[in-house]
Ligand binder design. Structure first.
Ligand code: UD1
Length: 423
């Protein structure tokens, strides 16, 4: 299996292009199931998770054509389709559960494998299924599969109060509600930019949706959705990841296509840590103001709070900070697996439950490390940028799931990062 070799010590200079958002694209792709007409996505990232979603959609009967080296996906789903999402595909990627709402809305029934847990926590689907049940779906769990059927063959609008602003549940219910009979109101909905992107695409297809980006989303069901072409929003997590690179390694980097409104809470923390972030027409220009970042406390929260998907990368930066930082993880119960790996590189981190205390050190030392999820893996590359000697990050397949051309992007601004072919 391939690894990434990082030789620390280079300062960074230049531009890094930021791709379309993985999480937005994975939500927009199942939208093809809601219409007989073509849906074209532009600005799609080139990632293995996108290939997994392509395989899933094709298994259901959608046609997915990758154009322009994967930056454009032309999709079409017409006629009768298969309504069973198989465990063999779903188990590879939790976002596969996003076909449940669209299948149920289109066909009135669906069988979707439960994705199971993952390295960062249990990740149940009760908020999705309770919401769909309110819309008149009967859902049973049999043999590891959710068997869902809409009463009378068609979902009905309902008022749904989420106990937690789940991103995936908001997306599944929004998609399902576009073709339901009547009006659906989601209270305590997720407000992430990917939700707004999904609503924008659905509206372009003829859906009637209001309130996306706020805690209350209202969807008036329509009989059918038409064709659309939609550009995927910028990946705010990839953006935040590369913004931390010059803070850790030194130098100045512009993240092309970056916007502060996608990451306001993150940018506030960077400012408090002594990082200058300037929005220009090209994107976000980032540089550290002094010699060393300052310690800051961080709590992960649903948008507009600090994103859990940037917690590992922020921890890598805080390992080098002047002072002690406290990181609280409030979204996933088991999302500090990068901490022991950073400790192997010389970091001073103490984890107690959902709280990590990071005492900044002057220097980390390179080491062979590995991570059990995507964001943890990239945090180890970030740490390696300023570590003394060589850091070898194993289990690269996690990175391929969510960071397109990761080596080229780091190397393009002067980092000494290369991919090492495995046996
Ligand atoms: C999405 C993102 C993921 C990000 C997460 C939180 C995609 C493809 N993935 O995941 O990168 O880390 O948002 O920003 O967009 N929960 C329940 N019951 C449910 C659903 C969720 O208890 O039915 C819990 C989860 O276990 C977790 C929390 O709610 O603790 C957040 O989950 P959710 O917002 O649903 O995340 P995802 O949509 O899975």
């Amino acid at each position: 299996m391939d690894s990434i070799l990082v030789k620390g010590g280079n300062t960074l200079q230049g531009d890094i292009p930021i791709a379309g958002a993985k999480n937005a694209a994975l939500t927009l792709m199942p939208v093809t199931l809601l219409s007989d007409e073509p849906l074209t996505l532009t600005n799609t990232p080139r990632l293995s998770d996108i290939k997994t979603m392509t395989t899933l959609l094709e298994s259901l009967g959608a046609e997915v054509t990758s154009l322009q080296d994967g930056k454009v996906l032309a999709m079409s789903t017409h006629g009768a389709i298969n309504t069973t999402a198989d465990y063999e595909i779903v188990r590879k990627m939790r976002a596969s559960n996003l076909v449940l709402g669209p299948l149920l809305a289109r066909e009135g029934h669906a069988i979707v494998s439960l994705p199971g847990g993952c390295a960062i926590g249990a990740r149940p689907m009760d908020i999705h299924t309770d919401g769909l049940a309110k819309m008149g779906a009967q859902i049973d769990l049999r043999d590891g599969y959710l068997h869902a059927k809409a009463d009378g063959g068609k979902l009905k609008g309902a008022v749904i109060d989420f106990p937690f602003a789940s991103v995936g549940a908001t997306e599944n219910i929004m998609m399902a509600a576009t073709l339901a009979k009547g009006t659906t109101v989601i209270n305590n909905a997720a407000r992430e930019p990917e939700i707004v992107d999904l609503a924008t695409c659905l509206r372009a297809m003829g859906a009637q949706i209001d309130g996306d980006g706020s805690p209350t989303i209202t969807i008036q069901g329509v009989d059918r959705l038409g064709a659309a072409t939609h550009a995927v929003v910028t990946d705010r997590i990839e953006l935040g990841t590369y913004m931390l690179a010059p803070v850790i390694a030194g130098g100045e980097v512009t993240c092309l296509g970056g916007r502060i409104d996608l990451l306001a809470a993150f940018c506030e923390k960077l400012d408090a840590a002594g990082v200058s972030v300037t929005e220009t027409d090209a994107g976000l220009k980032v540089a550290l103001r002094g010699d060393r970042p300052k310690a800051v406390d961080v709590t992960t929260e649903p948008f507009p709070g600090f994103p859990t998907d940037l917690q590992a990368q922020m921890m890598a930066m805080l390992c080098f900070a002047d002072g002690t930082s406290v990181l609280e993880e409030k979204i996933f119960e088991n999302r500090f697996m990068h901490a022991p790996e950073l400790v192997r590189m010389g970091a001073d981190i103490d984890v107690q439950g959902g709280t990590a205390t990071v005492r900044g050190v002057d220097m980390l030392k390179g080491a062979p490390v590995m991570a059990t999820d995507l964001r943890a893996s990239v945090s180890l590359i970030l740490a390696g940028l300023a570590a003394e000697g060589e850091t070898l990050v194993n289990r690269v397949y996690h990175l391929d799931r969510g960071y397109e051309k990761v080596v080229r992007k780091f190397a393009g601004v002067g980092a000494n990062v290369e991919r090492v072919k495995g046996q």
